[in-house]
Design a protein around this ligand. Structure first.
Ligand code: EPU
Length: 336
């Protein structure tokens, strides 16, 4: 374990922002994580936990220690007639893990193919796409409690999962380091094909639904709609889809009959991409930051954008949507 000084984080955040960490350390095992939290570098500095760097926007250098969580490993811990239970270390790369499950014919996360990030950060914002959220497959999350170094487990209920939300973004923020996630997958696939263009894409591919075909269909749709962060810096959806009351939705519907919305309990979830597009920002730039021309929910780094340029664009979009629709957009990305 080596603590580096003045470390450039550009390659470690999918926005590709040029931020510098005063101290940086890569942690390849739970032992190293336990060791670092006892160190003076950790105790005497602010710290930042970094997984795949796919949901973070640096607006300044980080004047503290960045911990890159990188412990790897996958272990089957139980199998029964219908399910397999898998304990996966936090530093495993999400995309490869999804492919590994498909190869083994374990079903549950195939609709979450090609999402950038790591296994250990998937519960934090309860990643979701194409009709599935990761919470549907999580049994428990193993964490290290920073206050006393104890390793404890939180079951699915205790994680308080919600739409792009969990205890790790709320009351437990900065209290725990996620070490591993235990998943429950089905050995008998339940295929989820109702969402968006999945069926249409399967038809285009001339294939029938299967774990692998669904995952490939979703990869095709994502590649077509979303920019590749290795070429164009971005962090996926920058905002959450906002929830409004039935009354607010019905009022908007009178004025905007084409508004895209989905029932969500007693409320309605509005498609933020549609709101942003209607506010006129789709494809527009502000300095070196822009709104993606194919998906208005995605902000991109056109080249050498600073975090503050991206943030200024995000605020301009929030302002425009609030002015036009009276709806507040909440950022999904963590701004540091
Ligand atoms: N729409 C527009 N204009 C746009 C973008 C979208 O009118 O520029 C409309 C679409 O026509 C559609 C609706 O908005 O009717 C929803 O669009 P889409 O299916 O692309 O999904 P989304 O709500 O924009 C969410 C997730 C994505 C996830 C997709 C697919 C959030 C914040 N985002 O996007 O997740 O991949 O659904 O399930 O919930 C992410 O979190 O980083 C992410 C990419």
């Amino acid at each position: 374990m080596q603590i580096k000084e003045n470390y450039l984080l550009k390659k470690l955040n999918t926005f590709g922002i040029q931020a510098i960490a005063k101290y940086f350390v890569e942690l390849n095992s739970i032992q190293e994580i336990q060791e670092i939290i006892k160190s003076s570098h950790f105790k005497n500095n602010p710290y930042l936990l970094l997984g795949g760097g796919s949901n973070i926007l640096f607006t300044k250098d980080f004047d503290g220690i960045v911990l890159k969580i990188n412990n790897k490993g996958k272990e089957i811990i139980a199998v029964d007639a219908d399910n397999v239970f898998l304990k996966v270390q936090a530093g495993e790369v999400w995309e490869s893990f999804v492919d590994y499950c498909i190869l083994n014919n374990w079903s549950g996360i195939e609709n979450l193919a090609l999402i950038p990030g790591n296994v250990g950060t998937s519960p934090v914002q309860n990643i979701g796409a194409y009709g599935v959220e990761v919470k549907d497959c999580i049994e428990k999350v193993e964490v290290l409690r920073i206050a006393d170094g104890e390793i404890i487990e939180l079951n699915n209920n205790e994680c308080k999962f919600g739409y792009r939300n969990s205890i790790f973004k709320q009351e437990a923020k900065n209290k725990y380091i996620i070490l591993s996630v235990t998943f429950k997958f089905s050995k008998k696939p339940t295929l989820i094909t109702h969402y968006g263009d999945i069926l249409k894409e399967l038809e285009n591919m001339f294939v029938t639904p299967s774990l692998e075909n669904i995952s490939n269909a979703i990869k095709n749709i994502r590649r077509c709609k979303l920019p590749d962060y290795t070429l164009t810096g971005n962090a996926g959806s920058f905002f959450k889809n906002p929830t409004v009351s039935k009354e607010k939705y019905e009022a908007l519907l009178i004025e905007y009959p084409k508004i895209r919305a989905f029932p969500s309990g007693n409320d309605y979830k509005l498609a933020a991409g549609w709101l942003i597009e209607k506010s006129g920002w789709k494809g527009k730039s502000l300095g070196n930051a822009a709104i993606h021309h194919k998906q208005a929910l995605v902000l991109i780094n056109k080249g050498n954008a600073t975090g503050n340029e991206i943030l200024a664009l995000a605020k301009a979009v929030q302002h425009a949507v609030l002015n036009l629709f009276g709806v507040e957009l909440e950022m999904e990305v963590n701004v540091v």
